[in-house]
Write a protein that binds this ligand. Structure first.
Ligand SMILES: *Cc1c(COP(=O)(O)O)cnc(C)c1O
Length: 223
């Protein structure tokens, strides 16, 4: 078994069956994706449109591609034909662009609303109040080609477990609130939270989808 396959097996053994593992393959070559694929992994996450499209072209068509990065409106058209889930939708403007392109291509697109939960200022996302306001105004009804399947969030990058846990708790609470309000239909069921450093805490706090990169594929090198 390769290192990637060993890592995958270990992480799978730590994740309950109701939690989906998104293997984050950004910056890693198609061969690395194939190693994970041969170990049964079918769900992969990328954060760059160009890289995701290139991998989609080259790799088996039963892979589910998840866009986890910040997405620019003008690049939406390239991923609408095949993307399985867009995690990082962080503005109504972007949702409108996705709806428009999805309508044009006649392919509804599954999205998660990214919520700003961390203390850092650099993280993208909706504020909780913004989402509640959009729900009150029935703004999502105007986007028939967007399927809001849930929420996504990133905790602060800190060793302080209490901070991380409380940020996940806040996201889970909003998730529950939107669910009990019936803000979206029954497909609103995904809570994407947790990465290599904090997925155990995220699962304890109610995550249904974790996005794990370096613990599977090793460190990334950007050059
Ligand atoms: C890169 C990335 C991940 C994976 O991070 P690791 O720490 O390598 O597990 C998860 N989510 C998002 C949004 C990312 O950009």
């Amino acid at each position: 078994m390769s290192q990637i396959q060993e890592n995958l097996q270990k992480i799978r053994s730590e994740i309950p069956p109701h939690v989906t593992l998104v293997a984050v393959s950004k910056t890693h070559p198609p061969e690395a994706v194939m190693e994970a694929y041969r170990a049964g992994q079918r769900v992969f996450g990328e954060n760059k449109v160009q890289e995701m499209c290139a991998k989609f072209e080259q790799l088996p068509k039963d892979i589910e591609w998840h866009m986890i990065g910040h997405l620019q409106s003008n690049k939406v058209k390239y991923i609408v034909p095949f993307v399985h889930l867009i995690h990082g939708v962080d503005s109504f403007k972007l949702l409108t662009a996705i709806n428009k392109e999805a309508a044009k291509q006649n392919r509804p697109v599954n999205c998660l609303l990214q919520v700003y939960i961390a203390q850092e200022e650099t993280k993208f996302g909706f504020e909780k109040e913004e989402i509640l306001e959009l729900v009150r105004n029935r703004a999502f009804d105007t986007l028939p080609f967007v399927r809001v399947h849930g929420l996504m969030g990133m905790a602060s990058n800190t060793m302080n477990e209490t901070i991380v846990r409380n940020e996940f708790k806040a996201l889970k609470q909003l998730f529950g609130e939107l669910k009990s309000k019936g803000a979206f239909d029954d497909s609103f069921s995904v809570l994407s939270m947790g990465m290599s450093g904090d997925y155990q805490i995220a699962i304890e706090e109610g995550s249904t989808m974790v996005r794990v990169g370096s613990s599977i594929f090793g460190a990334r090198s950007y050059n």
